[in-house]
Design a binder for this molecule. Structure first.
Ligand code: ADP
Length: 303
C-alpha cells in the first residue's frame, strides 16, 4: 500500500447558519486535501501529521479523521494548547467573511512534539500555511525532515497557499516559499497567490519564476481559465469546464490537489489527473463548506 503523509493544521470551522446558529466542522487547507485525496484513492494510506490539544474538540477531530479513514499515527497531543478556530459568515449578497483564532494553536508546535518522524513514505505534502504557522526553529526542522525524506526517494509536494497575515512581511513569505519550491517535486502554484506574493500577472511570469527550481511537475491552477502544466514533456494547458452555479469556492484549490494526486498515485498521466482534479474542485464549489458530504462527491465524481 502506498503511503502519503500530509502536514499542516486542521481547525474547528464554525459557519453561521442564521443570526443565532453556528454549524461546527473541521477544515484547513492541507486537511481538506487529505480528505479529497483519501476519498478518491481509497487504496492509499493517507496520514495527517499535526498536533492537537487534549480538549474535547481535539478528540472530536480525531473521530472525524477516523470517519474519513485518515490515519492518525502522526497526530501528536500538545497539552495546554487547543485547536485553532475560524468562523465564516455569509452576508445576504453571498459574500463570505472569515475570522481566525489560530495563534499559538497546538499545530504551531507540531515539530516540537513529534516523537517519530515519518519514514518509508511515497509522498510528503505541505503548504505555505504549514510553514507560516511554525517558528523559524521548527521551519528548519521541517526542511531537515524534507531533506531526509527526499534522499530516501520520497516525492515532495508543495502548494504555496499564501495567507499574508500569517507572515511577518511579504519578503519573509517569498523567502520561505522559494525555499519550499526548491525542495518540491510537484508544485501547485495558484494564479491569485502568485499575483499577491510576487506580483505575477500571468502564467508565463509564474512559470518563469519557477523554472530555476527545476521542479519536475508544475501544475498551475487558475480558476476556470485552465490548468497549466510543465513537466519533462513540455508545457500544456488542460481546459477546465466552467462551473456557472458556484456556491462557495472555499477549498477549490485544496480539492483540486487532492483529486490530482489521487489520480497521479493511481497511475494516471498529468493531463488525466488535471481533468480529474478539476472535476473534484468543480463539484466542491457547487456546495457550501470546505468539505462536502462524501456521498454528494461520490455521485458527481467517479475515481
Ligand atoms: P485556489 O483555490 O487555490 O485559489 P483556483 O481558484 O485556481 O484555486 O481554483 C482551483 C481549481 O478549482 C481550478 O483549477 C479549477 O479546477 C476549479 N475552479 C475554480 N473556479 C472554477 C470555476 N468557476 N469553474 C470551474 N472550475 C473552477
Amino acid at each position: 500500500m502506498k503511503r502519503v503523509v500530509i502536514f499542516g493544521e486542521c481547525m474547528v470551522e464554525l459557519v453561521s447558519t442564521s443570526a443565532t446558529e453556528l454549524k461546527k466542522s473541521f477544515a484547513g487547507d492541507t486537511y481538506n486535501t487529505a480528505v479529497y485525496l483519501k476519498r478518491n484513492a481509497p487504496g492509499l494510506s493517507v496520514s495527517y501529521l499535526t498536533a492537537i490539544g487534549e480538549d474535547f474538540l481535539s478528540n472530536e477531530l480525531l473521530f472525524a479523521m477516523g470517519d474519513e479513514q485518515i490515519n492518525t499515527d502522526h497526530v501528536y497531543r500538545c497539552s495546554k494548547r487547543n485547536l485553532g478556530l475560524y468562523m465564516v459568515r455569509t452576508d445576504k449578497y453571498g459574500e463570505r467573511t472569515f475570522a481566525y483564532w489560530r495563534d499559538g494553536s497546538a499545530a504551531t508546535q507540531t515539530l516540537n512534539v513529534m516523537t517519530q518522524a515519518p519514514d518509508n513514505i511515497e509522498m510528503f505534502y505541505f503548504s505555505g500555511i504549514s510553514v507560516a504557522i511554525l517558528d523559524v526553529e521548527q521551519r528548519e526542522k521541517l526542511f531537515d525532515l524534507i531533506k531526509t525524506l527526499r534522499s530516501s526517494g520520497c516525492r515532495i509536494v508543495f502548494d504555496p497557499n499564501y495567507r499574508p497575515r500569517l507572515w511577518r512581511d511579504q519578503q519573509e513569505a517569498q523567502e520561505w516559499m522559494d525555499k519550499s519550491y526548491q525542495v518540491a517535486d510537484i508544485a501547485f502554484p495558484g494564479g491569485d497567490d502568485h499575483l499577491a506574493l510576487y506580483g505575477h500577472t500571468n502564467a508565463d511570469d509564474v512559470l518563469a519564476h519557477l523554472a530555476p527550481f527545476g521542479i519536475g511537475e508544475v501544475v498551475m491552477k487558475n480558476g476556470a481559465v485552465g490548468v497549466h502544466i510543465v513537466n519533462h514533456q513540455g508545457q500544456f494547458i488542460v481546459p477546465v469546464q466552467t462551473v456557472t452555479n458556484v456556491v462557495d469556492t472555499t477549498a477549490a484549490g485544496d480539492a483540486f490537489n487532492g483529486g490530482y494526486l489521487a489520480a497521479r498515485l493511481s497511475g494516471k498521466n498529468v493531463t488525466e489527473s488535471a481533468s480529474f482534479g478539476a472535476m473534484v474542485a468543480g463539484t466542491v464549489i457547487q456546495h457550501p463548506g470546505a468539505i462536502i458530504p462524501a456521498d454528494t462527491l461520490r455521485k458527481a465524481v467517479t475515481p
